[in-house]
Design a protein around this ligand. Structure first.
Ligand SMILES: *[C@@H]1O[C@H](CO)[C@@H](O)[C@H](O)[C@H]1NC(C)=O
Ligand SMILES: *[C@@H]1O[C@H](CO)[C@@H](O)[C@H](O)[C@H]1NC(C)=O
Length: 216
């Protein structure tokens, strides 16, 4: 009977981890907590009658950590405080008030989840390339003829589309692609000499010259 209970506990902890992973949060395990000295202190949502992990991670939003406790309490923070340390998973053994077969921490025991933030997008200049209106060097997505073009807004547009390359041209044009198409080839940097319409302190390519950035 005892080993069956243990198996049940193990399965519940496992399912909690899987649920969390699909939300981009990973369980760090069960930690000790106390009412006078909390592990996660930035904000809390307590005594929820229909509590679940999903409710807590939605509440904790952009914080690094979320923690569920005593079946019905949620805590958020960006550091684990109060000398809280990992303890046996068996201490996180109180069923969530909102999910009948899953544990939401325990009494003075908080199950802590870490949010997996995607790595920041970094763009590196790969130089000034030749381009022509009849055969665009990068071409899959674009927006052109705008009076507020900047390198950053072009990169952000291309990042949203999931593209590897972003290129600015003729002061006011932005192109995105996953391939650099021939006959486009590297050219002298001096051809990429037109101030961006949205920020004259930087250049946005030139006439038949596209300044290309590659995403890491
Ligand atoms: C956790 O337990 C340690 C001792 O193992 C104690 O020093 C610490 O204060 C406890 N922290 C919390 C938040 O309960
Ligand atoms: C640039 O201007 C257009 C409309 O003229 C606007 O829709 C867009 O949000 C602006 N972009 C930036 C980055 O300000």
């Amino acid at each position: 009977m005892r080993s069956l209970t243990f198996l049940f506990n193990a399965l519940c902890v496992l399912s909690l981890v899987v649920t969390a992973r699909s939300q981009s949060w990973t369980s760090q395990g069960c930690f000790n907590d106390s009412a006078t000295n909390h592990a996660l202190t930035t904000s809390s949502l307590l005594n929820q009658p229909h509590f679940s992990l999903d409710q807590c991670i939605a509440f904790c939003g952009s914080h690094l950590y979320s923690g569920i406790e005593n079946g019905k309490d949620c805590y958020c923070g960006d550091t684990i405080q109060g000398g809280s340390v990992r303890i046996s998973d068996g201490a996180c053994n109180v069923i969530c008030t909102g999910v009948s077969d899953v544990y939401c921490g325990g009494l003075n025991a908080i199950q802590i989840f870490l949010q997996n933030f995607p790595p920041p997008v970094v763009w590196t200049s790969i130089g000034c390339y030749t381009d022509s209106t009849s055969s665009r060097t990068i071409r899959t997505a674009s927006y052109t003829s705008v009076n507020n073009m900047t390198v950053a807004s072009c990169q952000s547009y291309c990042a949203t589309g999931g593209y590897l390359y972003a290129g600015v041209e003729y002061a006011r044009e932005c192109y995105c692609d996953n391939t650099i198409h021939s006959p486009g080839v590297p050219a002298s940097p001096s051809g990429c000499n037109m101030p961006c319409t949205g920020d004259p302190s930087i250049t946005c390519g030139g006439s038949d010259r596209i300044q290309i950035f590659q995403r890491s």
